[in-house]
Design a protein around this ligand. Sequence first.
Ligand SMILES: NC(=O)c1ccc[n+]([C@@H]2O[C@H](COP(=O)([O-])OP(=O)(O)OC[C@H]3O[C@@H](n4cnc5c(N)ncnc54)[C@H](OP(=O)(O)O)[C@@H]3O)[C@@H](O)[C@H]2O)c1
Length: 347
Amino acid sequence: MNRPFRLAINGYGRIGRSLLRAIHASPLGAQVEIVAINEPAALETMAYLTRYDSTHGVFPGDVAIDDDHLRVDGRPIRISHATTPEDVDWRALDLDLVVECSGRYSKRPDLERFLAAGCPRVLVSQPCANAEAIDRTIVQGLNQQTLDGSERLVSNASCTTNAVVPVLDRLHRAFGVDRAFITTLHSVMNDQPLIDGYNHPDLRRTRSAMQSIIPVSTGLAHGVERLLPELRGRVDAKAIRVPIVNVSTIDLTVTLRHDVDAAGINALMAAAAAELPDIFGYCDHPSASIDFNHDPHSAVIDASVTRCNGGRLANLLIWFDNEWAFANRLLDVATHWCAVAHTARRP
Ligand SMILES: NC(=O)c1ccc[n+]([C@@H]2O[C@H](COP(=O)([O-])OP(=O)(O)OC[C@H]3O[C@@H](n4cnc5c(N)ncnc54)[C@H](OP(=O)(O)O)[C@@H]3O)[C@@H](O)[C@H]2O)c1
């Protein structure tokens, strides 16, 4: 490939903007050119929130506006403000990939509207409604090698799935996981109101995000079992939103088929971090969630709090920056998928 992959972003919120920043910050970003962004907000506001980010800081580059373009370090990005895929002229953009970051499309018929409107491939920034909704769900570090370039719709799973699945996979291969219970303590998101409001069908998501610890519904267990079918029927999960703006943690409890102690689990996780340094992080000093803000690892094992009770009941704590790590995984999967698709097309 002698030109960068041509990419568009649909939905320029927390994840869409994090993706643009990840492309700007990462060496992998050289393989990608963002040619278009579709987002309902005004261009001036998009430029403002590109430049200033309360969580990730001031953008380390030049951001400007020029007619209907956002210019980042002088490079033009075509901006549209449609709320339906049919209202964007994707065909004219000669794209390799659209990254769907609005969170509004998770069923196959809805996602196929992007294909019908001229998008060659769509990478979705959330788990899809069911296995049939998507050609493949990819977690970098687990199964990205299964992409063969024939796919048109791929899901990048969720930030939580990206954090827990590589850890569960390692635990299962080393010690045999009999049962797993995953409790996610997740920072607030834009689907919650700042103070009580009628903005979500899930009653708990009508409550003030900054005033309460709020249990919310989650399809995480199904998502994990789809990626690790050997654990089907053995995983359950609970998700709790906590009033911080970024970085989340997973409290993972497993029963194992072989005896192990905390040192054995930590040695396994340290080896994983050495083998896949972009995916696993490892820390063994006293930490708080904010220490992991802007950390690109999918999962950072906090070895200082790993516990084993009686040899086969184990508990681990996993930190992850739900925005920045996930945006970097979108970039990993986007570049890998485009490269595989490009190679597959060659005679
Ligand atoms: N935030 C995280 O930590 C995180 C991590 C991993 C995955 N995700 C997933 O990524 C997706 C986006 O999350 P987010 O946190 O970035 O949400 P967000 O901040 O609300 O961003 C979504 C953006 O998409 C825009 N939008 C709404 N409808 C659209 C449409 N039809 N076409 C184009 N743009 C549209 C929204 O505009 P309006 O505000 O005007 O509606 C908003 O600016 C969700 O599926 C979420 O589950 C989020």
